[in-house]
Ligand binder design. Structure first.
Ligand SMILES: [Zn+2]
Length: 384
């Protein structure tokens, strides 16, 4: 989710009997290994190549066509029976990160943020720098607590004062493996936790690109062909301003769109009174559907009905303006797209340990596939 928009979504529920999913998640091994690969790719905004390539290779196994546009958006196209109706799914495949802005005489790398960072988080972390010969490890430097003055301890570090140490002895040595402009991310991979939960950096929003990929696979393998042609898009550069959704929405020119992102879970101690703003949003209680001006009312109702009909749990959030998701750009594309926003409840957004529940991921995939498969060629797409 994009930080600059500040407006965010969340929400409570409307739960039906949950599907029976055994502990450990229902996700098949192959699917989980794909998710792990996606989450561990070093692909911040503008440098999405590795994540986009994984998406493309996987899509080639089932899609009628796989397209990459000039901006880097990668699309899995699944043909429908009606030539004119197009649905776009968007899951941004970038994540927040940094890039190298300067290599100093001693071989330290000075960096600038890509996307919305909390500077408190970065200090002392391991990083992975994607250099010209591959990914190299480093650490973000930190003054020891012993040497910090009382004032140091009160002040929050500035992002511009962060440096990366790759252990190089000089600028010359560092330049053998790193160039100015190389991207880096925090060095955290995929971790299974208790129950159905997993943690990783970049869950925002590699998880969304995974959902749209798997939903397209379901539609492609369904017994009955959908009326609509589906474009499942791994969009780029969401974290720096919904940029890939802007270009891909224009290119696809769909009448209906669903953006998938993560949203703020309000079920953990740091959230305080967040429920007043984001409603009850719990891990494991289903994907979150947004209501408000960024959501097409008739499509919203349709998705609620579809979830009920298939016994898929759904939580609801409300937001009174354009959201910080690809759904914002999609709705405003050309003469307007009937847009819905589905989100996976997420704890600790924009930290190295973003947590989600695999049941919510599975339910979101199922729900999106049903929505496309059941959309009639002559569906009423007026909002009210
Ligand atoms: Zn984000």
């Amino acid at each position: 989710m994009n930080f600059r928009f500040e407006s965010l979504t969340d929400s409570p529920i409307e739960t039906q009997q949950e599907k029976k999913i055994p502990p450990g998640g229902s996700m098949k091994k192959k699917s989980e290994s794909l998710l792990k690969q996606l989450l561990e790719s070093v692909s911040p905004s503008g440098y999405e190549g590795p994540a986009a390539d994984i998406f493309r290779e996987e899509a080639r196994g089932f899609a009628d066509e796989v397209i990459r546009d000039r901006h880097g958006n990668t699309m899995a196209k699944v043909e429908g029976s009606d030539g004119d109706l197009r649905v776009m799914f968007a899951g941004h495949c970038d994540e927040i990160g940094f890039l190298v802005t300067h290599i100093d005489a001693k071989g330290f790398l000075w960096i600038a943020p890509i996307g919305g960072w909390d500077p408190q988080i970065a200090q002392g972390q391991r990083v992975q720098v994607r250099g010209r010969n591959g990914v190299i490890p480093g650490v973000i430097g930190k003054k020891p607590i012993h040497l910090m003055t009382p004032e140091d301890r009160r002040n929050v570090v500035q992002l511009k004062d962060l440096w990366v140490d790759i252990g190089a002895a000089s600028k010359k040595e560092a330049e053998k493996v790193v160039d100015v402009g190389d991207p880096l991310v925090l060095g955290y991979g995929y971790q299974k936790l208790a129950g159905h939960t997993i943690a990783a950096r970049g869950m925002d929003n590699r998880i969304g690109s995974f959902v749209v990929l798997e939903a397209a696979r379901k539609v492609a393998k369904a017994k009955q062909q959908a009326a609509a042609t589906l474009y499942s898009v791994a969009t780029v550069q969401e974290e720096i301003g919904l940029r890939g959704a802007t270009t891909s929405a224009y290119g696809v020119d769909a009448q209906v769109g669903i953006a998938v992102d993560v949203t703020f879970a309000t079920d953990h101690p740091s959230q305080g009174d967040a429920k007043r703003q984001f409603n009850d949003c719990e891990l494991g209680k289903g994907p979150v559907l947004t209501r408000g001006p960024n959501a097409h009312p008739r499509l919203f109702d349709r998705i609620v009905k579809t979830a009920k009909a298939h016994n898929i749990p759904l939580q609801i959030s409300a937001e009174g303006r354009g959201t910080g998701t690809d759904g914002n750009a999609m709705q405003l594309s050309r003469a307007g797209m009937a847009t819905a926003i589905l989100s996976i409840p997420n704890r600790y957004m924009h930290s190295p340990s973003e947590m989600v529940d695999l049941r919510d991921v599975e339910h979101c995939i199922d729900l999106m596939a049903h929505v496309v498969l059941e959309l009639e060629a002559d569906a009423d797409l007026t909002p009210f």
